[in-house]
Design a protein around this ligand. Sequence first.
Ligand SMILES: [Zn+2]
Length: 217
Amino acid sequence: MSQDPRQALIDAARRLVAQGLTAGLSGNLSLATAECIWITPSGMPYETLRTQDIVAVSREGAVSPGQRRPSVELGMHLGCYRADATISAVVHAHPTAVIALAMLGQDLPCVTDSLAGSLGGGVPCLPYAPSASPELAEQVAAAVGAHRALILASHGLVTAGATLDAAIDLALLVERTANSYLLARAVGPVRQLPAAVALARRRFVLEGYGQSPSEPQ
Ligand SMILES: [Zn+2]
């Protein structure tokens, strides 16, 4: 990565706020590099963050002295990286429509072609566990290998990706889909895409969509 990972994390945190995915002090983000895990500090507004506020943590969770206190959800982030080596970024946010589903304790079913293409299925809602608890970290770690987006009951959303942009894009897609899903549900029964169709859409995106790196720009 050419950019300072700490600045990349700050830019991503501000993008999270700009996209309306979280507000104030809520939510947290992390980025894995060969060196360590970089995570946002506990209880600091994103707009005031400077690179020295970003906390470097070992993959085992050790924080060297002289740094800010890391996000209280550090265990959840570390669990994601331990669960799947292809994950390099984790985003936790509290977006409005996802929280509505989280209040209901309901999954977001696979209701759009876009969600199928990005995830190959819906977004499960995990059972309630208190924020910052080891139980929450364990539940997320157990599920994130199979589901890159997870609703946390009575709490919020976690997404994981190969890059910060991918994790934020996924959070945005899930929030927008949750919003449309709730609107549709207020009118009538919502159609879900069959599991086989959802998986086929995901395969299509992985194999045939967009430009390959070798093609001219
Ligand atoms: Zn939270």
